[in-house]
Design a protein. Structure first.
Lengths: 126, 113
């Protein structure tokens, strides 16, 4: 059973960098079949897809944060990370990591997010 | 970006009755080469992450009760709960994964009448 667990500081000051890590257990992050994603949810609001990374390090980002975001992968630790620079109060949210299908035997076939972490609340405040 | 619009924003249905939630995309999410609609439905209960219910618009995720079904194609989709149970109270989201950035509907809050 695949499990994902977010970790990182819960409080970040405005203009600083938000850094989170997602530890994956029960499966290899290098399986080649999946994308590893970050999704956030402001309190009481809907879901925003931030971006994703493949085991090769290939990434896709949401243009809404593209200039500030970096998603990286550490295959030796079976984890991937999110960095968001120059944060403001608008970045306060519950941050989820998730796994989504990316490939099957025929090639590229993106899919829905089937495994999610429990989420971690990050507050941007001085 | 593809804009996903759900209706209604909230819905109250009696136990045992049918509940239907609609989702419309601003452009088609049907990929003609494989005839798949890149559309998923998620259920989110308070304090929990979203749970995948339906993918490819109509395929139930393993373990999801068969009272949940998805239908539609192209730009118009529906999630139907055939007989509402108390444990189905939640917020439901549709999501397109046809192209990045993947986008979600604004959510539909389902309650018991």
């Amino acid at each position: 059973q695949v499990q994902l667990q977010e970790s990182g500081p819960r409080l970040v000051k405005p203009s600083q960098t938000l850094s989170l890590t997602c530890i994956v257990s029960g499966g290899s992050i290098t399986s080649g079949l999946y994308y590893w994603s970050w999704i956030r949810q402001p309190a009481g609001k809907g879901l925003e897809w931030i971006g994703r990374i493949y085991s090769t390090g290939s990434t896709n980002y949401n243009p809404s944060v593209k200039s500030r975001v970096t998603i990286s992968i550490d295959t030796s630790k079976n984890q991937f990370s999110l960095k968001l620079t120059s944060v403001t109060a608008a970045d306060t949210a519950l941050y989820y990591c998730a796994r989504a299908d990316g490939f099957d035997s025929s090639g590229y076939l993106p899919g829905a997010a089937d495994y999610w972490g429990q989420g971690t609340l990050v507050t941007v405040s001085s | 970006d593809i804009v996903m619009t759900q209706s209604p924003d909230s819905l109250a249905v009696s136990l045992g009755e049918r509940a239907s939630i609609n989702c419309r995309s601003s452009q088609s999410v049907l990929y003609h080469s494989n005839n798949k609609n890149y559309l998923a439905w998620y259920q989110q209960k308070p304090g929990q992450p979203p749970k995948l219910l339906i993918y490819w618009a109509s395929t139930r995720e393993s373990g999801v009760p068969d009272r949940f079904s998805g239908s539609g194609s192209g730009t118009d989709f529906t999630l139907t709960i055939s007989s509402l149970q108390a444990e189905d109270v939640a917020v439901y989201y549709c999501q397109q994964y046809y192209t990045t950035p993947y986008t979600f509907g604004q959510g539909t809050k389902l309650e018991i009448k």
